[in-house]
Design a protein around this ligand. Structure first.
Ligand SMILES: [Zn+2]
Length: 197
């Protein structure tokens, strides 16, 4: 599997085209995108092999795609938060937060496999009481473990704050509990979900 940054800013040009010039990219915005792409590329140059290795080690699920293309887009083009399919990454001032969202979305891609879907079908992760855990909790629990393995422990709290502010508190609702309940340092998500531990 290869992670590729869309350097032609295809999506930005598409947005520009459909808006008939209403959303033109200014010179400084073009520069902003270029800088972001460069930063993402140097992050990938340093960490891509670790990311590709650690995520399946944590989840127990193999990559099913040959290539994941990342489309960085300017914040003004996208009201919604970043998206997993296609992987659209919104620019922000804080590069740490871009990275956290990027890794979150990459984990979605790893979990978008038949095995995970089969295992999670009909399963809810119930806390005491009526609350349930969903896919976002699972992704963010894997994200915490990944950030630790990448030596980016400091990003956990920051990601939590950002993801809760952006997607609502349900996005992180079950993470603390799942991290306690599932020891991803010892068992893979696949083992935990199949109760094979
Ligand atoms: Zn998500």
């Amino acid at each position: 599997m290869k992670i590729k940054i869309d350097n032609n800013t295809d999506l930005n040009n598409l947005f520009k085209f459909v808006s008939k010039g209403k959303w033109d990219l200014t010179k400084s915005e073009e520069e902003k995108l270029k800088t972001l792409n460069k930063k993402l590329e140097s992050f990938l140059a340093a960490c891509e092999s670790d990311i590709k290795k650690h995520i399946p080690e944590i989840t127990g699920f193999e990559w099913t795609e040959n290539e994941i293309i990342v489309y960085p887009v300017l914040e003004k083009f996208l009201k919604a938060p970043s998206i997993s399919y296609p992987l659209i990454l919104k620019t922000k001032k804080d590069f740490d937060l871009i990275l956290a969202v990027f890794l979150h979305e990459i984990i979605h891609h790893n979990l978008n496999c038949k095995d995970f879907k089969k295992m999670s079908k009909g399963k809810t992760y119930e806390k005491e009481g009526a609350e349930k855990f969903g896919i976002e909790d699972v992704v963010n629990t894997v994200l915490c473990e990944l950030l630790e393995r990448l030596g980016k422990h400091f990003l956990i709290q920051k990601s939590q704050k950002y993801l809760v502010e952006t997607y609502g508190k349900n996005n992180w609702f079950g993470v603390a509990e799942l991290r306690k309940k599932w020891n991803l340092k010892i068992h893979t998500l696949k083992e935990i979900m199949s109760d094979n531990r």
